[in-house]
Design a protein around this ligand. Structure first.
Ligand code: FAD
Ligand code: ZN
Length: 468
């Protein structure tokens, strides 16, 4: 019996497709940068089925690519070499919620929005928030160690995972689905699979940490002169609110212009244009958090850190302000070609980094239009550039050069070339330029130990070249 026939038998009729039309949506990613191809899509419904699939794949040396919601931005979730595609989306049950212990156990295919809703239904909070939350899955969030808007307060996905159920490359199941806050009983094996992008095992379920729902959430918007003011304002706000900041997003004027131009129904919340803005979210149980936030902004204005600002007065205004931040990517896309970098540097290095790296890109490609925005509160910027008007193709042809210019400066500032999106295919061969031989060797040792036949997402994450 052929290996594909055996795999199809494991999942039954509802659990596979060989029809190119059915499979097509699983093979294209959001940015349209990569396209995969596969003879077989498998959609297992249980951990037992995943285990049986991997047992067969291991025995026969059949490669496969795990996929969640297919919202990854580095091409990690696509079968680029014709591997079998393993979609976890049918494994979408919430297995349980412990309200007193504040934990939630979800299968890998539960969407992030589904997990958030399950927590909200019992008046608790699952704090991870991404613009892709309607489609991305808990398994994908863990495998990419996703970040997003609330990392400043709650940490990345890694900090929210208490336990995991993982199927190893040879089909054995690692039963690590505990809900413990404290567990020092040896190596923290679950963490090895967080951010591993499906190269070390297949995650089938997770126990996640929940939080009390903040009684009050205040959203404010401030015009600031420059990124230096953003860093100083951050520290002022942390102090004045007693650490209640839950989001702190930097927005450049050009980003605002793109939103106003391309996204229907948006408007500039402030009267006078400013070179930079920050979107501020403060959340907690304290009374009068809005008064506290407004007072902190007054003080910042007195110090010249902000030139104008407002505190949202109602939910509609909150949504309007967040919509500006959330639609910058879409605005960039509609404007034309762009080159993007998902980088982080220490928070205090943001101003110097932005100045140096922007100047270097403009020297390499005069006329490029900087659009650096994002999670300034944790040092992560989406350090992006739009092409000069009418020069899309010429600009994109310089992708590799521009990327190196930016990433080399990231390295000078002891930063990271992938803050939250991962490595996947896109950045795989860049790693040797930015990580030590020792780190790369340790990564290869892990890969070899967990997946000796190289059947799990081969060709992703672990570099194949020595040094660029
Ligand atoms: P997929 O894209 O399907 O897969 C991602 C990787 O995980 C692949 O390598 C895949 O092989 C692996 N994988 C998936 N499921 C499993 C599993 N069960 N077991 C083992 N491996 C698995 N990311 C951020 O961090 N922050 C953001 O703010 C953010 N904003 C975004 C906004 C938009 C509009 C879009 C399109 C994407 C954004 N992303 C962001 C990126 C993306 O949403 C995240 O990386 C997300 O965590 C991916 O989840 P997914 O279920 O779609 O995974
Ligand atoms: Zn982001």
């Amino acid at each position: 019996m052929s290996v594909y026939t055996r795999l199809k038998q494991v999942v039954g009729e509802k659990g596979f497709s060989e029809d190119p039309a059915d499979i097509a949506p699983y093979l294209k990613e959001w940015r349209g940068k990569y396209e995969g191809h596969t003879p077989l899509l498998l959609k297992p419904a249980s951990t037992d089925q995943v285990s049986a699939i991997l047992t067969i794949c291991h025995e026969t040396g059949t490669a496969l690519v795990p996929q969640g919601g297919n919202t990854g931005l580095v091409g990690g979730q696509l079968p680029l070499r014709g591997e079998v595609l393993l979609s976890l989306t049918r494994m979408n049950k919430i297995r349980g919620i412990d309200t007193a212990g504040m934990t939630l156990t979800a299968e890998a295919g539960v969407t992030l929005a589904g997990a958030q809703q399950a927590a909200a239904d019992v008046q608790l909070l699952f704090p991870l928030t991404l613009a892709s939350e309607g489609s991305c899955t808990i398994g994908g969030n863990i495998s990419t160690n996703a970040g997003g808007n609330h990392v400043l307060r709650y940490g990345m996905m890694r900090a929210l995972v208490l336990g995991l159920e993982v199927v190893l490359a040879d089909g054995r199941v690692l039963p690590m689905l505990k809900s413990l806050i404290k567990d020092n009983s040896g190596y923290d094996l679950k963490q090895i699979f967080v951010g591993a992008e499906g190269t070390l095992g297949v995650i089938t379920a997770a126990s996640l940490k929940l939080f009390p729902r903040p009684a009050q959430t205040v959203v404010a918007f401030a015009a600031i002169p420059d990124p230096q003011a953003a860093v100083m304002l951050l520290s002022l706000l942390q102090g004045e609110t007693g650490g209640m900041l839950s989001a702190y997003e930097l927005i450049p004027r050009f980003g605002m212009d793109l939103v106003l131009k391309h996204i229907p129904g948006t408007r500039d919340p402030l009267a006078v244009p400013s070179p930079w803005y920050v979107l501020i979210e403060v959340a907690g149980g304290a009374q009068n958090l809005d008064v506290l936030t407004a007072a902190a902004l007054e003080e910042a204005m007195g110090q010249g850190l902000i030139t104008d600002g407002l505190v949202a007065q109602n939910q509609a205004q909150v949504r309007e302000l967040w919509r500006i931040r959330e639609t910058i990517s879409e605005g960039q896309k509609r404007e034309g070609a762009s080159i993007k970098h998902d980088i982080s540097v220490p928070v205090t290095a943001i101003p110097a980094f932005v100045e140096k790296a922007t100047a270097a890109v403009l020297a390499a490609f005069p006329g490029a239009r900087p659009c650096s925005f994002g999670h300034a509160g944790d040092g992560n910027l989406h350090f992006n550039f739009n092409a000069p008007v009418g020069r899309d193709a010429e600009f994109l042809a310089q992708w590799d050069e521009i990327q190196l210019v930016v990433h080399d400066i990231v390295k000078e500032f002891a930063g990271s070339i992938s803050a939250e999106h991962g490595i996947g295919t896109m950045k795989r061969d860049l790693l040797p330029r930015y990580k030590s031989h020792e780190e790369l060797d340790a990564m290869r040792m892990l890969k070899q130990a967990f997946d000796p036949k190289n059947i799990l997402n081969p060709g992703k994450l672990v570099p194949t070249v020595k040094r660029l």
